[in-house]
Design a protein around this ligand. Structure first.
Ligand SMILES: Cc1ncc(COP(=O)(O)O)c(C=O)c1O
Length: 342
């Protein structure tokens, strides 16, 4: 990858999918999502490839689909298009560890697959992740780059710019321990999904996002719902009246203060009111990821959009789903959701 190169990346994602492209001086080209999986719209992806070739005279260097909240992408169609144009695929399966497409785990279809072992993921090493490589030769090259690209001399000789991106052996040890409970965690997340689905099925205007069909087998890393704009939530007339004091997710206690409660693209008032209501009941719920093509920092990046991710961002919400969420917790959360509705 060189400065000026372009990489196609799903817009509906956390910034960690696109920022590494930017770190390398390359340009992300954002592609919107399809309605069912919420992941890369493959028709739009092909349109983006054709248009970038027409506009720049060069093919995008890679394609990065994202397993949003663990949901698989239609990797058959992605690979068909990618192979036709001979563009490598790097699967961002950071949230999709253990999710399967037609029975095969994500991260093993593309040229490379990325997993995250961050503290909030399916299993954790406290921080860090894994890169799934296609063969020993690729692995050699990756590990060489990850160890500051040291040449074989008795002294440090550098003929390429490398990185210091390895996991420490302490973290790797934690990860090996975590491997013994990974299947329990995945089963638990799926169980929590089934419970949310069952308990929310008769609540009008609330929809739990599930596998679109039997090819998809999400790990349900985060369970998500959508709230129809017609649903009236207690306190929604006061949504966005107060400015948030802390960054989302704690961000190590750092606050980057802002003087406005609004942006030009935000969740609907009833979704924000639901978040606030649940927060007051001791439940942490969050909006969906704000699409990257709507982020000010990427305002100049090319984007191929169909309105799906923006629309979902306005109506969607993530619910607690982790290994400590018990059946009683899910019942309490659903009870609070029902009570929040007027
Ligand atoms: C979609 C996605 N990609 C990449 C990452 C990056 O993972 P990490 O936090 O391990 O850097 C995350 C999560 O943090 C993510 O949600």
């Amino acid at each position: 990858m060189k400065p000026g190169d372009e990489v196609i990346v799903q817009s509906f994602t956390f910034c960690a999918s696109s920022h590494p492209i930017t770190y390398l001086g390359a340009k992300p080209v954002f592609v919107d999502s399809e309605k069912d999986s919420w992941n890369m719209d493959v028709d739009l992806m092909e349109e983006a490839i054709k248009d970038r070739i027409a506009k720049t005279g060069r093919k995008p260097k890679a394609i990065v689909p994202v397993a949003l909240y663990g949901m698989p992408y239609d990797i058959d169609r992605i690979m068909e298009v990618a192979n036709r144009y001979d563009i490598p695929v790097v699967e961002d399966a950071a949230e999709g560890f253990g999710s399967r497409w037609k029975g095969q785990v994500l991260g093993t279809f593309g040229d490379y697959g990325v997993l995250s072992f961050n503290g909030n993921k399916m299993v954790t090493t406290s921080g860090g992740g894994a890169l799934i490589c296609p063969d020993a030769e690729a692995w050699q090259k990756i590990m060489w780059l990850a160890t500051q690209a040291r040449e074989a001399y008795p002294y440090y000789q550098h003929e390429a710019i490398g990185f210091n991106y390895r996991m420490s052996n302490i973290c790797a040890g934690i990860g090996r321990g975590q491997m013994t409970i990974v299947n329990d965690h995945i089963d638990h997340h799926k169980h929590v999904f089934e419970l949310y689905k069952e308990l929310l099925k008769e609540v009008p205007g609330i929809e739990v996002h599930g596998n679109p069909d039997e090819r998809y087998d999400s790990n349900f890393w985060l369970n998500t719902i959508t709230i129809d704009p017609s649903v009236r939530v207690k306190g929604q007339e006061n949504a966005y009246k107060t400015i948030v004091q802390g960054a989302v997710g704690g961000a190590a206690g750092v606050v980057h203060a802002t003087d406005s409660a609004h942006t030009d693209c935000e969740p609907n008032a009833n979704v924000e009111a639901m978040r606030v209501y649940l927060d007051q009941k001791g439940i942490e719920a969050r909006p969906l990821w704000k699409p990257m093509h709507k982020q000010p920092v990427y305002k100049d990046a090319p984007a191929y959009v169909n309105g799906v991710s923006e629309q979902l961002f306005k109506v969607g919400m993530c619910l607690p789903s982790g290994p400590c969420v018990s059946d009683d917790d899910v019942k309490y959360i659903v009870d609070c959701i029902k009570k929040a509705i007027e």
